[in-house]
Ligand binder design. Structure first.
Ligand code: GTS
Length: 214
């Protein structure tokens, strides 16, 4: 298998943590995509992922799989023990629900804020982000507010249960963790009163797969 990504970036880390969780790190070759140079917006990369984002997984038969959620589902099921995406119908449904919230209420708004209301990854990539659009800053700022609201939401969840989808670590924990990492890069701080979220983050920081992702 090959993974097209860039080390240390938030969404790529989601898959690298999954690879470590599933003991698959040694089975993957990484191909670096130069995001600051906008390599992911060029025809060669767009032919493997028309969305123009990383990571992308390439299977040994040549199939490309984009989207962290889809990649995680694939990797998690290889050993027929899908602990990250759920084994029972109820687990699968709750994980799916919380995963959607982790993306729509946290990591995606942070990404929009970062790329549209800050200099983002620099001028080569900004050329693909409509930097001259006059509504851009207001849109980015609105997404920043949505990300902070998302932090408050997950703080409430984590004040009631140890992990985002219940009693066990699963895919949305990885996404919320990556969302907070990304928020840090974008200078969006966790509200002071979000004690449960901060305590959860400190616990996740210590997880072997998070300390040593693929
Ligand atoms: N929904 C996608 C997924 O789950 O894979 C999101 C992927 C994504 O946004 N990746 C970022 C990207 O490629 C990388 S990072 O910002 O998380 O590091 N962004 C490129 C761009 O031009 O916005």
């Amino acid at each position: 298998m090959r993974v097209f990504d860039i080390p240390g970036f938030p969404n790529p880390l989601r898959v690298r943590i999954v690879l470590a969780e599933k003991n698959l790190s040694s089975q993957v070759e990484f191909v670096k995509v130069d995001l600051p140079a906008a390599e992911h917006k060029q025809p060669a990369f767009l032919s493997i992922n028309p969305t123009g984002t990383v990571p992308v997984l390439q299977l040994d038969d040549g199939t490309y799989i984009a989207e962290c959620t889809a990649i995680t589902e694939y990797l998690d099921n290889l050993d027929a023990n899908p602990v990250l995406t759920g084994r029972t119908p109820k687990q699968k449904a709750i994980i799916h629900m919380m995963q959607k919230r982790a993306e729509s209420e946290l990591i995606d708004p942070v990404g929009i804020y970062f790329h549209h209301a800050t200099p983002g990854l620099g001028s080569a990539l900004q050329a693909y982000k409509r930097p001259d659009w006059e509504g851009r800053t207001a849109w980015g700022e609105r997404e920043r507010g949505r990300a902070i609201a998302g932090m408050r939401y997950f703080d409430g969840v984590l004040s009631q249960q140890p992990y985002v989808a219940g009693d066990a670590f699963s895919m949305p924990d990885i996404t919320v963790w990556a969302g907070l990492l990304f928020a840090g890069f974008a200078n969006i701080t966790i509200p002071e009163e979000c004690e449960a979220l901060k305590a959860w983050r400190s616990r996740i920081d210590e997880r072997p797969s998070v300390k040593n992702p693929a």
